[in-house]
Write a protein that binds this ligand. Structure first.
Ligand SMILES: *Cc1c(COP(=O)(O)O)cnc(C)c1O
Length: 392
């Protein structure tokens, strides 16, 4: 049997067996509508409460501050549009960064068409925003700062505590898209002064199509989905009970032995980076050398196309990605790689390998070896590379 190596854990993760086991009864045994008053309904309702508690506890929030959504994209849309609409009497200015996920960027662009003003902060070569530039961007009209916790492409972790302090001092709401961070990094919304936080279960071994928005008590936010009174009248629609149960279990598991798991991931990550640099020339590591997600490796191989590398990797049973999953397949290079200052040419040669709990050292070694073969083969067909070698 040909083995299959999955190194695209930033795109999605497999549902863990323990998570699936907890979800299954909520499809066809405990299938009651949580809003129904009979026993079968209250079973679902209780299961939702337990999951909500687990999620709240994981980020040091109150259960009443957790609102389930259909995933990270909805949470991002809701946080930004909901704050913009509910606070437009105070101002129309939003601050975000150039390297946000499209769920944030496209929401901001949509609001711009409706008369809101958006500042897109630059990032440095590592993908970090500049806190001074953030302070300078704030005006009397600023109602929201939305900066992602950790980047999905290059793994860079932003100075969230400092951003939270600035926002708090100025009395501006602070939203963070923590989809890549939650379940992978310890998060305390009080310590970090976070007012709104987006999460998605399928990025931490839970099911797809379920997420949540943390909304600090007292924050003024409009609802986007009208209907029944679910989620304390803030998000209508019959709850995704199996998904919610799965998300609760997944977050609990994610924070069990987190330090051990991360120590293992960092070791694997650094081994993969080391092997790539050892075997291949004209490579660059994208993102911050140390201040990055434990499982993230993002590299550019000069003179060749990331897409060709991915196809060749797939042929030997390795799943990886170039840029974000949403961008792959399009010819535009990643907005994140352009924002850290890469040229279009170099950005096209990018490959993202994201490690997870199921990857092993053997897999890392195998992938590095295959990558070296593939890069060398593709470069042998690249006139530019041949020319550079001749000149050397
Ligand atoms: C995956 C992802 C999202 C979108 O989450 P979905 O649940 O897939 O809608 C948003 N932001 C970031 C940073 C992500 O990685």
């Amino acid at each position: 049997m040909k083995k299959y190596i999955y190194m695209d854990n930033a795109a999605t993760t497999p549902v863990k067996q323990e998570v699936l086991d907890e979800m299954l009864p909520y499809f066809n045994v405990n299938y009651g509508n949580p809003s129904s008053i009979y026993t079968l309904g209250s079973k679902s309702k209780n299961a939702i409460s337990i999951a909500r508690e687990k999620i709240a506890k994981a980020i040091n929030a109150d259960a009443r501050e957790i609102f389930f959504t259909a995933g990270g994209s909805e949470a991002d849309n809701w946080a930004i549009k909901g704050i913009a609409y509910a606070n437009k009497n105070k101002g129309n200015h939003i601050i975000t960064s150039k390297i946000e996920h499209h769920a944030v960027l496209h929401t901001c662009q949509y609001l711009e068409k409706q008369g809101f003003r958006v500042t897109y902060l630059d990032v440095d070569q590592y993908g970090l925003i500049d806190l001074e530039q953030l302070k300078e961007a704030i005006t009397d009209d600023t109602i929201l700062i939305s900066i992602m916790f950790a980047n999905n492409e290059i793994g860079t972790i932003q100075p969230i505590k400092e951003i939270g302090e600035i926002a708090k001092e100025k009395g501006i709401y602070f939203h963070t898209d923590a989809v890549q961070a939650i379940g992978h990094i310890k998060i305390d919304v009080d310590e970090l002064n976070i007012d709104l936080l987006s999460m998605s279960a399928h990025k931490f071994y839970g099911p797809k199509g379920i997420g949540a928005l943390y909304v600090r008590r007292g924050v003024k936010i409009d609802s986007l989905i009208a209907g029944g009174g679910q989620e304390r009248n803030k998000r209508a629609g019959t709850e995704n009970v199996p998904g919610i149960v799965g998300m609760g279990k997944a977050i609990e598991l994610a924070y069990e032995n987190l330090e051990e798991k991360n120590a293992k991931l960092i070791k694997l990550r650094d081994r993969l980076i080391e092997k790539i640099f050892e075997k291949i020339d004209y490579v660059r590591l994208n993102g911050h050398p140390t201040n990055r997600l434990p499982g993230n490796v993002n590299v550019c191989f000069e003179f060749i196309e990331g897409e060709s590398i991915l196809l060749s990797l797939d042929m030997v049973g390795i799943a990886a990605s170039s840029g974000s999953a949403c961008t792959s397949g399009s010819l535009e290079p990643s907005h994140v790689l352009l924002a850290i200052g890469l040229s279009h040419e170099i950005a096209h040669g990018s490959v993202r390998l994201t490690l997870g709990d199921f990857n092993t050292e053997e897999e890392v070694d195998y992938v590095a070896e295959k990558l070296a073969e593939i890069v060398s083969r593709l470069r042998s067909m690249s006139p530019l590379y041949e020319k550079i070698k001749e000149e050397k």
